[in-house]
Structures are given as C-alpha cells and as structure tokens.
Write a protein that binds this ligand. Structure first.
Ligand code: FAD
Length: 270
C-alpha cells in the first residue's frame, strides 16, 4: 500500500515539507487551522528572492497555492490530538488520519498580555520579533514589554539600532498604549507617559509543545526537541520551523521543512 504523510501546519515550515514529500511521490495531507505567524508580518524584506519585500499574507498564500498545485491535499481542519493505532494517528475535529509519518509544523504562539492598544497596533508599531523588525526602528525610541531572558535578548538585538530602548518589565504599571495610525505612547496608571515609536512584545513562546506531549515527544518548555534530521524521539514523527525554537524566521522554517521531509521520505522508504 502507498505510504502517506500527514503534515500539521500551513506556514513556511509545513508547506516546504509538503512540497518535498509530494514531489517524492508520497501521498501528502496538509492540515491547517488558525493563523500563521507570517500573517502578522507586514513586510518581509529579509527572505531570498523578493526585492522590495513581500507581505507575510501574500507569501503564505503563494506557498499554499504552490502546494495545492503540486497535488498536496490541503485541508482546513484543526488538529486536536495525536496517538498510536495500527499507524500513527492524527485526530482533527472532523476525523482521524492514519499516517506512516507525521511532521509537526504548528509554529509557536507569541503571547501578548491583555493591555489596551497591543492588538490594535499590531503591524503599526507593535512587533513580536526584534531580529525581524528592529531595522525599521533605526535611530528611534522603542520599548520592550516583558521580563526575563527572552526580553533581555530582544533588548540586546535592538540596542545597536535604536536611539533608546526602554524596558517595560512591570506590566501591572501600564494603563494602555495609545497613538493615531501608529503606536505613539505608553501611558502608566500613575498618570505619567512615555513617547515611543515602536513596541516589542517579548513574552517568550508557547504552543505546539502541548500536542507533542500527547505522543510522548520530548519538549523543552514549549519547544519540540529534534535532532539534526528534525526527527523527534518518536519514530516517524518529525518537527520543523518555529515549534522547534532557534531562529524564528521564514528562512529557517523553510530549511527545517525541507530537512524534515527528506528525513521522513528516507524513513518511509526503509
Ligand atoms: C509580526 C511578525 C513579523 C515577522 N517578520 C519576519 C520577517 O521580517 N522575516 C522573517 O523571516 N520572519 C518574520 N517573522 C517570523 C515568521 O513569520 C515565522 O518564523 C514563520 O512564519 C514560522 O513558520 P512556521 O511554519 O514554523 O510557523 P507558522 O508560520 O506560525 O505556521 C504555523 C501553522 O500551523 C497551523 N496550526 C497551528 N496549530 C494547528 C492545529 N492545532 N491544527 C492545524 N493547524 C495548526 C497554523 O494555522 C499555521 O498554518 C515575523 C513574525 C511576526 C509575528
């Protein structure tokens, strides 16, 4: 019987994996539900081949179109569980997919606290990634919201670029973020405020690890642990992209997807 692969996630990692799997003649299903980090990226300027940049949502759509065009079975279904039957099993809200191999490419949710102004100014001064967007704030004043190692890392990315980097570690002191078409101010509960040109949210990452744990896949926090072949500790299960941690960028997600799929193909061919 023909071997099959089920890939969870329609972002750059999942789509890249699907392109390699389907072109190797493997029956490939791609399950997609919810948003990709890429949808939030206003303009990607650091990915190969797009002079002048490309919007994240356009890049995402082009990827899915390419996958469908090559024969990937793309389905809009939410994955709610993983398990073992005669084969591996991927459970969605609609049905259970038996799979000879599975690639996890669910990205990582970027957490944001519920402070007025954050959601409203996403893409208009609110960013979740210093290495992605720091370049746009050269010589400007930015704030980094969050405490701990991740926030410190984001501040150190911004310091060589921005004129000033403000650490907003005490979240409870903040009343709201305000502005016009762009974020302009952080307003504190004591009535004071600071002018800012940009806000970086640095609450660490969370997500995909929960699903992985259902199969006994090893994780470190929310990050899925993989080897150099993007294999997890469970035979036949691979992971790619942001859900494996490291550099949270399109180029790394695409490379991960290619490596995970080529490893899975070797595994399926014995
Ligand atoms: C504001 C912002 C700006 C950015 N700017 C840049 C930039 O300039 N350059 C750059 O290289 N990178 C940038 N990035 C990072 C880049 O978007 C990510 O690194 C990249 O999208 C990761 O790809 P991925 O496939 O691993 O995950 P994602 O793109 O997040 O895709 C995850 C996929 O999994 C699906 N999914 C999740 N859970 C389930 C489930 N239970 N069932 C089914 N499907 C599920 C989602 O729907 C989605 O399709 C930016 C990110 C943000 C947020």
């Amino acid at each position: 019987m023909e071997k099959n692969i089920v890939i969870i996630g329609g972002g750059p990692a999942g789509v890249s994996a699907a392109l390699y799997a389907v072109r190797a003649g493997i029956d490939t299903t791609l399950l997609v539900h919810g948003s990709s980090a890429l949808e939030k990226a206003e303009c990607i300027e650091n990915y190969y081949g797009f002079p002048g940049g490309i919007s994240g949502s356009e890049l995402l759509e082009k990827g899915l179109e390419q996958a469908r065009g090559l024969g990937v079975d793309v389905r809009e279904e939410e994955v709610v569980g993983l398990g073992f039957g005669e084969k591996l099993e991927v459970k969605t809200t609609e049905q259970i997919y038996p799979a000879d191999a599975v690639i996890l490419a669910m990205g990582s949710q970027r957490k944001a606290p519920a402070i007025e102004g954050i959601k409203e100014f996403e893409g208009s001064g609110v960013s979740y990634c210093a290495v992605c967007d720091g370049f746009f704030y050269r010589g400007k004043t930015v704030a980094v919201l969050g405490s701990g190692d991740y926030a410190a890392n984001e501040r150190s990315e911004l310091e060589p670029l921005a004129a000033e980097v403000i650490a907003l570690e005490d979240i409870d002191a903040i009343e709201r973020f305000s502005g016009d078409t762009q974020i302009r101010k952080v307003e504190f509960k004591d009535g004071t405020s600071l002018d800012i040109d940009g806000l970086f949210i640095a609450f660490g990452t969370a997500g995909a690890g929960d699903l992985a744990k259902k199969l006994g896949i090893m994780t470190e926090g929310s990050r899925i642990i993989v080897d150099e072949n993007r294999a997890t500790n469970v035979p036949g299960v691979y992971a790619a992209g942001d859900c494996t941690g490291g550099l949270l960028q399109v180029s790394k997600a695409v490379a991960d997807g290619a490596i995970a799929a080529t490893s899975a193909i070797k595994y399926l061919r014995g």
